[in-house]
Design a protein around this ligand. Structure first.
Ligand code: BGC
Length: 756
């Protein structure tokens, strides 16, 4: 009797407690129930306040209800340092130095989705530790031209590679209870005119080249937020682009998260309210945002929006939809159950940065400098006693600069430091500058190294040459450097060649010492006029905290290089469709629109993507060109032999998959990893299609002498083109070839199948 009474009392207490816990606070309730419950408790004013910023990187929650603020941070290569409330400048905190991970071009060059998962988990844990709700990344804009200043923040020229690599990054970040924010949606493929370009591209190209990575990010990656870009598409700003935001992203792809404006991408209250923007940041309304804390009330989705509602000029359906999306973001992150705690600069994160760098560095050439000699790499410690390192990029910190992805690191190992520490006590390492590039870096009030050097260009070369004469090996470390016009946000490169007279330095070094390794650090392809005389060439990237250690690992052969190019290295811009056929600069626009900022009006220009889907290797194939290094290229310290590929079925019905099996053998003496690539060729098609397109790949690790059977599966989408009239993906009956290659031009075998 007593026991019965006791349990009845207990149940009553539990029920009372439950009744008191509002549904939105109960992490065990379904998401949508929480959202509806919270929405029902909010006043219109609270709703409005939730959908626009209150500082440079945050927006308010609802303190009355215990709903926390949203805090965003750049992205995508590490968590940006804290800035002042209203300004871009650093807040000079002392606890926000982080681990910098390799740039996304490097991640793409790993061709390894597991590396992407490791990346996402690690950078997401750092964002979580710093209490961020949203990490502003990853970026997946297609590398349409090697001049695009921001290619280094993206994943190369191919939509399939970008799609496969973006999904695990997002899942990894979000496993920390931090929202990833995929950017910059969409067709934001240059920097200089990103605020004013009206991009005009046909629907098929849009669907087949520029949207797939975003589509995968949403549908497969389950991205919780997405950032709309600054530019216009078909005459409409992206922040109010009903077609791309409401129709494609939200309706067609089922995106239920929040669309965040790029900082200052909103232009008009009614436009953004109806056009699909959910969360407004960085607006330049009346120019007040530069430091004025009252600016936020004058945002487009602030007082002006509330007034329109009060005056009955607009209903509240859009507002409720936006608030639901913002609430989902909060409930999935800061108000989620079992949100991990995160960590910053952990040993595991530093190791992850190094491992991703190791896997992404691409060996492009490795010949013997003389007929009887050995390939220069890996560096032979028996015969190499003196090394001269030349070049500014050997000593330059690459984490500061480049725009919003600039980072404040706890440590950054330069290439010279990496080599020196690996070779200490074994090889004498000397250094010479060779050229002066970007000696003084400043980003958001953070000042980088002072690398100024009073010597003339001639003197710098003469000094390097004098030392190069009597060493066993010269390693030139140059390339681009994230300075304005050299791989940086807000500007594009102005030339394809290496800047600062680096070609002269390389030629001068070659004249006195044939044992020359060139290491090109960049996020874009560059011209290589000296290539035939340079025996060894390495494509390195902006690798972050562990840059020098990763490079030393590869140069010394502690790691066998296995990266492959995520973009084509063209002979010059004459091989780039965007430059030959398309607009790069833009033409006066018929929209009559202008970007208005601080009292200035900058007219919009039309940017026609005339080259259509012929981007990167698709243009190379179509015009039967020979680039310096094709898309997907990369060699190793070992060699691989491909066996004959076989296919699971030679005839399939629409909707069925086929699997190709390729035996691959490591025929050399060192363990390594090879990326096997499958390109699909539609033999009979009613529409023009690229000659071939990457549709599957796999990275496989092989011990010396080992053979593995690599399996690559193609689904219906891999055979399809986007049919504009049907508004759907269509796989046409007929014959298909599948070209199995070590890169896009080295095809090792072909199999065919017929689609019924
Ligand atoms: C960049 C975004 C960045 C944002 C916030 C913008 O200028 O385009 O990529 O996330 O600033 O820093």
């Amino acid at each position: 009797m007593k026991r019965k009474l006791f349990s009845a009392v207990l149940m009553a207490i539990t029920m009372a407690a439950q009744a008191q816990t509002p549904i939105y606070l109960d992490v065990n309730q379904p998401l949508e129930k929480r959202v509806e419950d919270a929405l029902g408790r909010l006043t219109t004013h609270e709703k409005i306040s939730m959908i626009h910023a209150q500082s440079k990187f945050s927006s308010p929650g609802v303190p009355r209800l215990g709903i926390p603020e949203i805090w965003c941070a750049d992205g995508p290569h590490g968590v940006r340092s804290e800035v002042l409330w209203d300004e871009w400048n650093t807040a000079n905190w002392t606890n926000d130095s982080i681990t910098a991970f390799p740039a996304l071009t490097c991640l793409a060059a790993t061709w390894d989705p597991e590396m992407s998962m490791l990346y996402g988990k690690s950078v997401g844990a750092e964002a979580r530790y710093r209490n961020k709700t949203v990490l502003l990344g990853p970026g997946v804009n297609i590398c349409r031209s090697p001049l695009n200043g921001r290619s280094f923040e993206y994943m190369g020229e191919d939509p399939y590679l970008s799609s496969r690599m973006v999904v695990p990054y997002i899942q990894g970040v979000q496993s920390n209870g931090v929202a990833a924010c995929v950017k910059h949606y969409a067709v934001n493929n240059n920097e200089l005119t990103r605020f004013t370009s009206n991009v005009l591209v046909d629907e098929r190209t849009l669907r087949e080249i520029y949207l797939p990575a975003f589509e995968a990010a949403v549908k497969e990656g389950g991205a919780w937020t997405l950032m709309c870009s600054y530019n216009l598409f078909r005459g409409k700003w992206l922040s109010e682009n009903d077609y791309l935001l409401n129709q494609v992203l939200k309706k067609e792809w089922g995106f239920d998260g929040a669309v965040i404006s790029d900082w200052g991408a909103a232009h008009d209250t009614e436009g953004v309210v109806k056009g699909g923007l959910d969360l407004e940041y960085g607006s330049m309304t009346n120019g007040l945002t530069e430091g004025a804390s009252n600016a936020y009330a004058s945002y487009y989705m602030a007082d002006a929006y509330e007034k329109m509602i009060q005056e009955g000029k607009i209903g509240t359906d859009e507002l409720n939809d936006k608030v639901r999306r913002v609430l989902r973001t909060i409930f999935r992150t800061t108000m989620a159950a079992n949100r991990p705690f995160g960590s910053q600069n952990s040993e595991a994160h530093v190791a992850a940065a190094r491992a991703i760098g190791n896997a992404g560095i691409v060996l492009l050439k490795n010949d013997a400098p003389t007929k009887k000699g050995q390939p220069l790499l890996p560096i032979n410690l028996n015969t190499t006693k003196k090394i001269l390192v030349v070049g500014e990029n050997a000593i330059k910190m690459m984490t500061i600069g480049g725009g919003s992805s600039s980072l404040k690191v706890q440590h950054e190992i330069s290439p010279l430091q990496g080599l020196e520490s690996r070779l200490a006590g074994k090889v004498e390492v000397a250094y010479e500058r060779g050229y002066v590039g970007d000696p003084k870096v400043e980003q958001d009030g953070m000042v980088g190294q002072d690398l100024s050097d009073p010597r003339s260009a001639e003197q710098l070369i003469a000094d390097a040459v004098a030392k190069a004469k009597d060493v066993d090996l010269v390693i030139f470390v140059g390339g681009l450097n994230k300075a304005n016009q050299q791989d940086a946000e807000s500007s594009d490169r102005i030339e394809y060649g290496l800047p600062y007279g680096q070609d002269n330095v390389i030629n001068a070094l070659l004249a006195v010492n044939k044992n020359l390794v060139v290491v090109n650090i960049s996020g874009n392809a560059v011209a290589m006029p000296w290539l035939k005389n340079v025996p060894a060439l390495v494509q390195d990237w902006y690798l972050g905290s562990e840059a020098g250690n990763s490079l030393a690992d590869v140069l010394l052969g502690d790691v066998n290089p296995s990266g492959k190019l995520p973009f084509t290295i063209y002979t010059g811009l004459e091989q780039v469709g965007a430059h030959v056929l398309g607009d790069w600069e833009g033409k006066p626009s018929s929209t009559g629109k202008a970007w208005e900022i601080m009292g200035y009006k900058v007219p919009v220009t039309d940017l026609q993507y005339n080259e259509g889907m012929f981007v990167g290797y698709r243009y190379i194939d179509q015009n039967k060109l020979k680039p310096i290094f094709p898309f997907g290229y990369g060699i190793s310290y070992t060699t691989y032999a491909y066996g004959k590929p076989t296919i699971s079925k030679s005839v399939i019905n629409n909707g069925e998959t086929v699997t190709i099996t390729v035996p691959v053998t490591n025929t050399g003496k060192m363990a390594g990893s090879e990326v096997v690539q499958a390109y699909v060729q539609d033999v009979q098609s009613s529409v023009t299609r690229p000659t071939k397109e990457l549709k599957a790949f796999k990275k496989v690790a092989l011990q010396p002498g080992e053979t593995k059977e690599v399996q690559l599966t193609l689904d219906k989408r891999a055979m399809s083109f986007y049919d504009d009239s049907k508004k759907d993906w269509v796989a046409e009956p007929g014959m298909f070839n599948v070209l199995i290659g070590a890169n896009s031009q080295d095809i090792k075998g072909t199999v065919s199948f017929e689609l019924k």
